[in-house]
Design a binder for this molecule. Sequence first.
Ligand code: FPP
Length: 258
Amino acid sequence: MHVAIIMDGNGRWARRRGLPRSVGHVEGAKAVRATVEAAARASIDTLTLYAFSSANWFRPVAEVDGLMFLFRRYLFSETQRCIEQSIRLNVIGRRDRLGESLLHAIEQSERLTAQGTRMHLRIAVDYSAQQSIIDAASRAGGRDLTPQQFHALLHEVNHSNPTATEVDLLVRTGGERRLSDFLLWECAYAELHFTDCLWPDFDAHQLNSALDDFSKRERRYGAIAESEAEAGADQGRANVLTLASLPHSTPTHQEPST
Ligand code: FPP
């Protein structure tokens, strides 16, 4: 199962306590650590966290610098923990605008955790789904591609290694209900879970309630419920289209993994 999280609300968490935004980000980094551990315990295969969007470069320089510092520090402090817990860490997004020391930390963490098999942790930094789609399309160079081939190109442009499956559950904290240019292709059939919880307050309990919510969803991928299809067939009046029966169909989804 692939869970992706838009971590929102660090600034408001700090403001409500009369603290600078930077403190919200520091507390947010602690919530990242707790959530990664909880996700591994919940047997999630892939966890993708939206840490810094390409639009976030427009924030004040001091805030951007503070976030880059936190990413570096996180990579230094968590790499050993990831190795011990068999978590493979991978930073996705553009790399050409990141500082040298962060790039070095990313490469080192990815190399040292490459054998991890328990969970694939992806942290999105300088990430824009729209830009990724544009870059993958230009890499395709006008060739006819299947969705799976395009998906693979997207992973190439984002440095996603190994290739991740599509997102099953997208969580957004902080009360907003939008996608903010995150994994637009990969979320084609994702279930969405929005919570008012501000990111620094997110923990194992919050993750488990999102997973609980997900477990109650019926995923149909555009088809109809199995029970309805059976009832229709019994009465000899069903005209049930399944993706597989469509001419030249190339379903882009995987089977639900839960
Ligand atoms: C959005 O909240 C959050 C971010 C832009 C940064 C996310 C960073 C972290 C969670 C901490 C560090 C991450 C890692 C991986 C170590 P916001 O600042 O926009 O909050 P607001 O909407 O309340 O202002």
